[in-house]
Write a protein that binds this ligand. Structure first.
Ligand SMILES: O=C(O)CCC(=O)C(=O)O
Ligand SMILES: [Fe+2]
Length: 221
């Protein structure tokens, strides 16, 4: 249901992104969502810093084995630096299903991702709360870590009451639209990777056939 990636970014990457967060121009986050009554944040509005920051975060996700194994990413939006100052937050909302992309092909948001850039002890509030039925998961990640969660949930960012919360945000279209199928395939692949070589070679080969056939049946190209 959720993926936490503890060390997505290197210390140098965090430092460069934090520097851009402190020096580049940001504008009201409602620029990308003018009708929202609950969005209170600032988004990066400097084309050079946007290009560089987005590339760093995009490459970090692309190279993450945990992310690739769990999310089966097909397309990913360019990550966007976003800041929440004191009073900032983002009330309960769901992410839009389709997002326009520079390529022209809209991206279906299956998964949403927050990349944490500020140390959690440097700000109060700002927890990401994801609602799952009647329970909630609350996340305040370490700098350089990321959380990936289903875009179809109602989720919110609690108001920041001290300091500043700087994050990178992106949305992912998975090769496997169904969260249940994605989870099953991930589990099967993990068990095969961990235990496959303890089986007889013949049975491991049969297991691999099941893995490959399910992937062929369930994944989009
Ligand atoms: O800041 C976050 O962690 C999440 C923001 C969010 O939910 C969004 O931009 O849709
Ligand atoms: Fe959201």
């Amino acid at each position: 249901m959720f993926l936490e990636i503890p060390e997505l970014l290197t210390a140098d990457e965090i430092a460069e992104l934090v520097h851009m967060g402190a020096t580049a121009k940001f504008v009201d986050g409602r620029a990308t969502n003018p009708h929202s009554k609950v969005k209170q944040n600032l988004i990066l509005a400097d084309p050079e810093a946007y290009k560089r920051s987005s590339q760093i975060m995009f490459d970090a996700l692309r190279r993450s084995e945990e992310f690739n194994n769990w999310a089966f990413p097909k397309t990913m939006a360019q990550p966007w630096l976003t800041k929440y100052g004191v009073g900032g937050g983002y009330g309960a909302h769901t992410d839009v299903a389709f997002m326009q992309q520079p390529s022209g092909r809209p991206l279906r948001s299956d998964l949403s991702c927050t990349i944490y850039l500020t140390a959690p002890e440097s700000y109060d509030g700002g927890e990401l709360v994801v609602n799952l039925g009647t329970s909630q998961v609350t996340i305040k990640g370490a700098a350089g870590s990321a959380i990936v969660y289903p875009s179809n949930t109602l989720h919110e960012v609690m108001p920041v009451t001290r300091g500043e919360r700087l994050v990178g945000l992106t949305f992912i279209e998975s090769r496997i639209a169904s969260g249940e199928k994605r989870d099953l395939l991930y589990e099967l692949n993990e068990v095969a990777a961990l235990e496959g070589l303890n089986m007889s070679w013949e049975n491991y080969t049969r297991l691999q056939r099941v893995q490959m056939c399910l992937l062929r049946n369930w994944a989009e190209n």
